[in-house]
Design a binder for this molecule. Sequence first.
Ligand code: SF4
Length: 109
Amino acid sequence: MSQPMSSDRRRFLSRIVLGAAALPLLRMTAAQADLPHLTPDDPAAKALGYTSDSSKIDPKASPTFKAGSHCAGCALFTAPASGDWGACGAFAGKAVNKNGWCMAYAAKG
Ligand code: SF4
């Protein structure tokens, strides 16, 4: 017959499980910080009309742009733990500015 688990042992085991669950998030945050910044002259950025400062967008030149929309409000943006640059689902391997915008913008639901 097995002995009941002590509360100390249960607490210790739950900390290990929580720590293991948080590890991928820490790795992702560190990886994001290392991503090179996407520049508007990058061919992929040009194709989607990316800019790192949405306040400078000419609505006539970018008719799909809605005033006030920017990367931080986009469903494809992964906010960084700190700073202005985060990962974007549209530009793998590059970080975009939270104040940026591109034609792939999808408002968070
Ligand atoms: S897809 Fe969204 S987060 Fe990525 S650059 Fe475009 S607006 Fe910004």
